[in-house]
Design a protein around this ligand. Sequence first.
Ligand code: ZN
Length: 361
Amino acid sequence: MKNAIKIAALLLILCLVVSVCACAPTSEPTAAVTAVGEVKNVILFIGDGMGDNHIANCKTMFDLESLPFEADLWGHVSTRALNDPITDSAAAATAMATGQKVNREEVAYHDGKDLTLITSLAKQAGYKVGIVTTDVLNGATPSGFSAHAKNRDNRRDIINSQLASGIDLFIGESTSTDMYRTTYRQSFEDKGYAFATDWEGMQAAKDEDKLIATLDNVRSDYGDGRDDHVQLDDLVRFSHEFLENDKGYFLMVESAHIDKYSSDLDLDNTLYEVRTLFDAVQVAYDLAEEDTAVIVTADHETGSLEKAESKKDLTNDLYGQDYHSDADVPLYIHNFTLTAEGTVIENTQIFHICKQLLGIE
Ligand SMILES: [Zn+2]
């Protein structure tokens, strides 16, 4: 009889565990925001793959004593996905953009449903919205903030939902298989977007209502012979001017190649891309009055990178592996304060922080 009770109890526990795991947990706000002034604009910087030691090693490489945003370090962000302690960029972007943990490779989508994006809520509330990345626009991070797809590889689903998003500004990198320039260019133009393929084209379209730009060269200029590239800081300056309006805007800016170069165990290029992100954040800080909240974080760490003691130790041997790790990533916040239990928040809280900053119920 005792055994029967034990088995029944075990079955009950098992059922509870299964039913809890079967649905995507909707996170509740646990971090409370207090703005310094009245917030109009929110700029969210994501260094793809950028952990604490990427930042520390970049400072060592460039002899930077401190960073403009260093004093704004709030704490850290936990990045795990719903089905794996080590996330991919799609699940991480989805968590930050929707407040819900999903499985790896899902793009603002889970269990047969599209999840509500911060960018959609911002649009509905009357804000302008921009998505800027050094990756292709159908990359996992920009997609997680602007599209819905069962899998990050479903390019057509992603681009079609971006077309329907109403987002005011898209800027990304072009590649040889860029479907935006070919298959979808006309569709974007039919939706009222100006279409640019270079910096000059962007300048010509700066007074348009909506713009999509896919650019050939958005890598860091810090590498050799790369001074013809459009830099992320230029794109932030452009986006601020393009999106500025009486109500305000939400802008997501991703530096994508920190992750890609870390996966190649290529420290020099990784740190050049980190430096480019520093420059872009500096522009936002320079532009940002008290009415602009700035958040700097990452979707996950890549490479289990160790910290160099000095410049001569900056070698590819600092990488522990060539993929994402489960390390918490840093969170810097500017022009607002954040109250939470402890100093680590879940990545889903980024959604709630942005919502609170934008005054969205
Ligand atoms: Zn990533």
